[in-house]
Design a protein around this ligand. Sequence first.
Ligand code: PBG
Length: 79
Amino acid sequence: MSSSPSPQPIIHRPRRLRRTETLRRMVRENVLRVEDLIYPLFVMEGEGEGQREEVPSMPGCYRYTLETCPCLLEYYLSH
Ligand SMILES: NCc1[nH]cc(CCC(=O)O)c1CC(=O)O
């Protein structure tokens, strides 16, 4: 049975990602809080209260007309 070679001591430790504050900030752990999120609410041109179009790339998110906005804001700000 051969013994494994003993590890070489690390002579050069570059620590490239710790070099500057900018790099450290870039690779730091991230914390996401509710206050960092925004609600995807889109307004489109057009008439008509209660009219809406689903955004194709965001299922469940809609474009509303300007007339619908006061009502929507009231709803979202109270929930
Ligand atoms: N990236 C998120 C985002 N922010 C605005 C829209 C589009 C909203 C719209 O089409 O009215 C999208 C989706 C996308 O880019 O496909």
